[in-house]
Design a protein around this ligand. Structure first.
Ligand SMILES: NC(=O)c1ccc[n+]([C@@H]2O[C@H](COP(=O)([O-])OP(=O)(O)OC[C@H]3O[C@@H](n4cnc5c(N)ncnc54)[C@H](O)[C@@H]3O)[C@@H](O)[C@H]2O)c1
Ligand SMILES: CC(C)CCC[C@@H](C)[C@H]1CC[C@H]2[C@@H]3[C@H](O)C=C4C[C@@H](O)CC[C@]4(C)[C@H]3CC[C@]12C
Length: 369
């Protein structure tokens, strides 16, 4: 964004632009970034909905590609001013191998950084995760913490490990010289559990509830808080960071920001009921119906079955030792760092976020009939 003529004609590249968060970021950029000239959407799987975007004033370029292939990333990035790197393998269920998770999340991120350097792209926004911090394997609570709260981040699972490694690569790359001699400016956004239109796990819980006759059974105590943030606000934060990285490079370069909004602090299940309740589901029990030791046993059995069945089929239920530990450990955020550094305020109130998500679940209901 070296001179003002270019400043009106920005080229953005969004990796993972066809995923759950990526689609919201793409749509938000088209609505909220008036300086956009071209929007490149790079994804392994391109969505058919991209076609409708191609009729607007911004040039929308869909690029089918793989972040693990350095040459594909570099080719897509040539001439881009800003890259928002969202692509990742989000797998806490054992669907993909640890090696594949590492290749996509870590090597893929390294490829994005090297492509910035090679092509002279100066601004890189990385979608990290709360999981780079925790919950850790010791189950320590992180109660309404911020970016500076001390916490022992210890990971064994391939997904959080890969996100932590990738985030470190991105932060360490801040200040590297890119083609043309300018310095790379990077930063990382750490969403907590994202919810909203398109959220696959919410869809799974909804369908599971329907199969169980409109009921879900409480497994986690109400006292365990799990951080959640609305997808529209996460997308808005990405757009703002991408916009503000140039004018506030000295302040924002190399920084991490939790993604937050006004969503209430609740347990994972109680929070889901904010949307599933108005769609006719009921959460049975004021306390967990099964003792915790039995849930641990079931989760361990699932892990064992997954391992035994792997040669024959992929068995990847929602409950495993890792997901149980995450759901059962308090991890919530309370911070205003994004507001202080780049003026972020949530674009969607809690009421809006809730209404939009309920409408989306209701639409699932009518399409299921
Ligand atoms: N969903 C959450 O609650 C959450 C929370 C915190 C952080 N995140 C992070 O946000 C990002 C997006 O997550 P999401 O929930 O939208 O996931 P998603 O699976 O819906 O989207 C990921 C996108 O990346 C693409 N992708 C995967 N491998 C690729 C590859 N090798 N090359 C190119 N594209 C590839 C997928 O096709 C998909 O469109 C991820 O980096 C994830 O770690 C998600
Ligand atoms: C014990 C069962 C009743 C419930 C199991 C729920 C479980 C599948 C949920 C609970 C918490 C969820 C994770 C959390 O919201 C945050 C993230 C961070 C993000 O980077 C990727 C997704 C992930 C790990 C969620 C996955 C699904 C989890 C574990």
């Amino acid at each position: 964004m070296a001179n003002s003529a270019q400043a009106q004609k920005l080229v953005y590249l969004v990796t993972g632009g066809c995923g759950f968060l990526g689609e919201h970021v793409v749509r938000m950029l088209l609505q909220q970034e008036p300086r956009l000239h071209e929007l490149r959407i790079f994804d392994l799987h391109l969505g058919p909905w991209l076609e409708e975007l191609k009729t607007g004033p911004v040039q929308v370029t869909a690029i089918q590609g793989d972040v693990t292939q350095a040459h594909e990333v570099a080719a897509a990035m040539a001439g881009a001013h800003v890259v928002i790197h969202i692509a990742g393998l989000v797998d806490v269920f054992g669907r993909a191998s640890p090696k594949t998770i590492h290749e996509v999340n870590v090597q893929g991120t390294q490829n994005v950084i090297e492509a910035c350097v090679q092509t002279g792209t100066q601004f890189l926004v990385y979608t990290s995760s709360m999981e780079v911090v925790g919950p850790n394997i010791k189950g320590h609570p992180f109660y309404r913490g911020n970016e500076d709260t001390p916490y022992e981040a210890a990971h064994k699972h391939p997904y959080p490990r890969s996100k932590a490694l990738a985030e470190r690569l991105v932060l360490e790359a801040n200040g590297r010289k890119v083609q043309g001699g300018l310095s790379l400016v990077t930063c990382a956004l750490r969403p907590t559990g994202i919810y909203g239109e398109g959220h696959q796990i919410m869809r799974d819980f909804y369908h599971q509830g329907l199969r169980l006759g409109g009921r879900l059974f409480r497994a986690i105590p109400t006292s365990v808080e799990h951080g959640r943030v609305y997808v529209g606000n996460v997308a808005w934060m990405h757009v703002l960071v991408a916009r503000e990285l140039e004018p506030r490079a000295a302040l924002m370069g190399g920084q991490v920001y939790f993604c937050y909004d006004k969503s209430p602090y609740k347990s994972y299940e109680d929070f889901n009921m904010e949307f599933l309740g108005p769609c006719g589901l009921r959460l049975v029990g004021t306390r967990p119906l099964l003792p915790y030791w039995l849930l641990v046993l079931l989760a361990t059995l699932n892990a064992l079955l997954q391992w035994l069945l792997r040669p024959l089929l992929l068995y990847a239920p929602l409950l495993n030792p890792y997901t149980l530990a995450v759901a059962n450990t308090t991890f919530t955020v309370s911070t205003n760092k994004a507001q202080r550094h780049f003026g972020y305020e949530p674009l969607f109130s809690w009421e809006d976020s809730r209404t939009r998500t309920i409408r989306w679940v209701q639409a699932l209901e009518s399409s299921a009939r």
